[in-house]
Write a protein that binds this ligand. Sequence first.
Ligand SMILES: Cc1cc2nc3c(=O)[nH]c(=O)nc-3n(C[C@H](O)[C@H](O)[C@H](O)COP(=O)(O)O)c2cc1C
Length: 185
Amino acid sequence: MLMKILGISGSLRKNSYNTAALRAAAELLAPHSSLEIFDLAPIPLYNEDLEPLPIAVRALGDRIAAADAVLIATPEYNHSVSGVLKNALDWVSALPDKPCAGKPVAIFGASIGRFGTLRAQLHLREICAALEMLVLPRPELFISHAQEKFDAHGRLIHAETRTRLRELLSALHAWTERFSILPQR
Ligand SMILES: Cc1cc2nc3c(=O)[nH]c(=O)nc-3n(C[C@H](O)[C@H](O)[C@H](O)COP(=O)(O)O)c2cc1C
C-alpha cells in the first residue's frame, strides 16, 4: 500500500546525523512509499502574538495533515529533544485544525553519545502523546556513536543500523495501516 511519510529532523545542521538518517530512511522505504523531509529552519520561535501565522508553520501543518505518517529523527541535547524540534511541535500543536491529532508517528534518533538519544526519545514520546499522535511503540532505534555509522558524505554505512531502520519503517507501515486512516489513492 502506498504510504506518504513526512520526515522531520530535529537538527538544522548541514551535516546532521539525524537528517542523514532520514535520507537513509528514504532509500530503505518499501516500494511505492515516499518520504519527504521537511526543513524546520524557516520556523520562527513560538510567539502567540505573531500575526499572521508564519507561512512556514502553516506549511508544516499542511504537510503533516497530507502525510499518512510522520517519522521524527531527534538529536539529544542535554538529555532531551532539541529546542528546534520542541519549538516546531509547539507551533503545530497550536494550529486550530490539529494536524498531529490521530497521526501515526515513529521516533528514532542519532547522537554521538553511547545512549543514542534514548533520553530524548522518551521525552519525545510524551510530547507526541500530548499532541495526540499515535506513537509507534516498537521497535525502538537508538543510533549511538553516530560518527562511526555514517561516512563523511552522510551515508549510513552501518549494516545493522540499516536493517534496524528498515524494520522501523516496516513497523510504521503496519502501524499506519492498523488505524485505517490511509486515504484512498
Ligand atoms: C548543546 C548540546 C547538547 C548535547 N547533549 C547531548 C546529550 O545529552 N546526549 C548525547 O548523546 N549527545 C549530546 N550532544 C551531542 C549530539 O549528540 C551531537 O551534537 C549530534 O551530532 C547532534 O545531532 P545532529 O548530528 O543531528 O546535529 C549534545 C550536543 C549539543 C550541541
